[in-house]
Write a protein that binds this ligand. Structure first.
Ligand code: ADP
Ligand code: XUL
Length: 541
């Protein structure tokens, strides 16, 4: 084991609403957890839910400097709590996927010579060509998506190369939009110096004191990488912007040791000069590592976004869902489906129907029956990714549209709708719930047992959780440890064999399958109808 009980490994997660960290010791015990909430602890950036939604309602960004200042605050919190940074053997981390950071000319020089006497955010404030980073919630790039698909020969062809058809939030279309709409800012960045980062590689750059490469797994969420060859796809790069290969720099395996932490961290916080920085990755790949997902398991992450993901060996990209390179096994892949309307509609309905209390929200779930007396709802407060639809849609037991539900019914309709969508779309990708299937849940809402009970009932499978709700942080602390061991040839699974196993949280209620099998068919038919109506209305425009 790398280093024994005295050693320690850090995993950071630069997520949508907060920056989080977990430390594990050499015995794989979690010894520290901490976080910085963007909205409440950094109010000067005026974000809501960590983001700015622009007037067009489609453009969504987060300030680059907010992430930097969050790191200043988090490391200080840890120091003030007496954390001994000299024990840290390696760090890694994750970032919300798809978001991009555009470094300005000269930024590398600043990164290389950070002054340990000063906060990072004071030194890096002039380092960004764009102050506001496009993030995964953005859906403003439909034109660029169409262009990219046409350039490579269609949606399926693009999926065959990059693992996904063109998606608005994916970085290729985001870069293409910036190139065309902000040519001056775009040209302010240096070629040949990895000047466009993902949130994950931007975060590792902060620790490394230099531009860090993008890893294969998070790089798969850009519509720019050939996921089978694990290199940039020239035809995709050319469709997005000029000289993009140079601007993005080389890709790296997710388990790569990139170097040691910069002098800034050794002098300011007492990190050992030998402390390694291991490639950062996306938050969903980080979660796969943290939950120690195995083939056959289904992971459901209930954070700002909801995601469903699987470990797969034999990927068959299609025009729905995504295939990413697997972050812990170079020969494998992960399939992922993303739902944009996760925590925010749950919070809205908690506020409107349960007086802002999760306890009352849970009580409503307990007091209403499985199947909700046939009432079904879809709550797409913002344009959804899966399915591409918007608006709130409620249907009664007779299948008629209704404009409101009783409060308790509304709460159950939201949860059942969210989970039916997940099962319907996972099955569309070919996933089957079998006798031994485990559903592994993570993310903020996975701390709520009543929500997990609905999940378990809709999937008719037992739901397991790990001790921490932030599996991405934990997974990255594990990845940091494994990267040191990997030099001896140990696999991730071998390295983590003594880590705590996910624990059974809830089992399906008897009779759940009889209730939800027909509801799944109903849900799928209603969703198909909704999409048809939406298409029709577009044609009429
Ligand atoms: P992210 O990593 O995307 O920033 P998290 O996975 O940390 O988000 O989840 C944060 C969300 O968890 C909050 O927005 C909140 O809605 C949700 N949450 C926290 N506690 C509960 C609870 N008891 N029941 C339901 N949801 C909860
Ligand atoms: C995944 C996705 C989100 C972000 C934010 O494709 O867009 O899950 O990673 O968590």
């Amino acid at each position: 084991m790398a280093g024994g009980a005295d050693s320690c490994f850090l995993g950071f997660d630069f997520s949508t609403q907060q920056l989080k960290v977990i430390a594990v010791d050499g015995n794989l015990e979690v010894i520290v957890q901490s976080s910085v909430q963007f909205d409440s602890e950094l109010p000067e950036f005026r974000t809501r839910g960590g983001v700015h939604i622009h007037d067009d309602k489609l453009t969504v960004t987060s300030p680059a400097l907010m992430f930097v200042k969050a790191l200043d605050v988090l490391l200080e919190k840890m120091r003030n709590a007496g954390f001994d940074f000299s024990r840290v053997k390696a760090i890694s981390g994750s970032g919300q996927q798809h978001g991009s950071v555009f470094w300005r000319k000269g930024a590398r020089q600043t990164l290389n010579h950070l002054d340990p006497q000063k906060h990072l955010h004071l030194q890096l404030q002039e380092c960004f060509a764009l102050q506001d980073c496009p993030v995964w919630m953005d859906s403003s790039t439909s034109d660029q998506c169409q262009f990219l698909e046409a350039a490579v020969g269609g949606a399926q062809r693009l999926a065959d190369i990059t693992g996904s058809r063109a998606y608005e939030r994916f970085t290729g279309s985001q870069i293409a939009k910036i190139y065309r709409s902000k040519p001056e800012e775009f040209s302010e960045t240096e070629v040949k110096l990895n000047r466009i980062s993902l949130i994950s590689s931007f975060a590792s750059s902060l620790f490394l004191g230099d531009y860090a490469p993008i890893d294969f797994s998070d790089g798969s969420g850009m519509n720019l990488m050939d996921i089978f060859e694990r290199r940039w796809s020239q035809v995709c790069l050319d469709a997005a912007a000029p000289q993009l290969a140079e601007r993005l720099g080389d890709l790296t395996p997710s388990a790569a040791v990139l170097g040691c932490v910069s002098l800034y961290y050794t002098e300011r916080f007492g990190f050992a000069p030998s402390c390694k920085v291991v490639a950062f990755t996306g938050d969903n790949p980080g979660s796969l590592a943290g939950m120690r997902l195995q083939e056959g398991d289904l992971a459901v992450s209930l954070g700002t976004s909801d995601t469903v993901f699987l470990w797969i060996r034999d990927p068959r990209p299609s025009t729905e869902g995504h295939i990413f390179c697997n972050p812990v096994d170079c020969g494998a892949y992960m399939a992922l489906i993303c739902f944009k309307n996760g925590s925010f509609p749950r919070e809205r309905i908690r506020d409107e129907c349960a007086g802002g209390s999760w306890e009352r929200f849970s009580a409503a779930l307990r007091s209403t029956p499985m199947g909700n007396h046939g009432n079904l709802g879809m709550y797409f407060d913002v344009m959804e990714i899966t399915p591409p639809a918007a608006g709130v849609h409620r249907f009664n037991a007779e299948g008629q549209r209704v404009s409101w539900f009783e409060q308790d019914v509304e709460i159950r309709a939201l949860l059942e709708g969210q989970f039916l969508a997940k099962r319907v779309h996972a099955e569309k990708l070919g996933y089957k719930i079998l006798a031994g299937t485990r559903v592994l849940a993570t993310g903020g809402a996975s701390s709520n047992k009543d929500i997990l009970q609905v999940l378990s009932d809709v999937f008719n499978a037992p739901v397991y959780t790990i001790d921490v709700t932030d599996s991405a942080c934990l997974g990255c602390a594990y990845r940091a440890l494994h990267a040191l061991e990997a030099e001896t040839g140990a696999s991730f699974t071998e390295t983590l064999r003594n880590a705590p196993e996910p624990q059974l949280a809830v089992r399906p209620t008897p009779g759940a399958q009889e209730v939800y099998a027909p509801l799944m068919l109903r849900y799928a038919a209603l969703e198909a109808q909704l999409l048809k109506d939406h298409q029709k209305s577009l044609h009429l425009l």
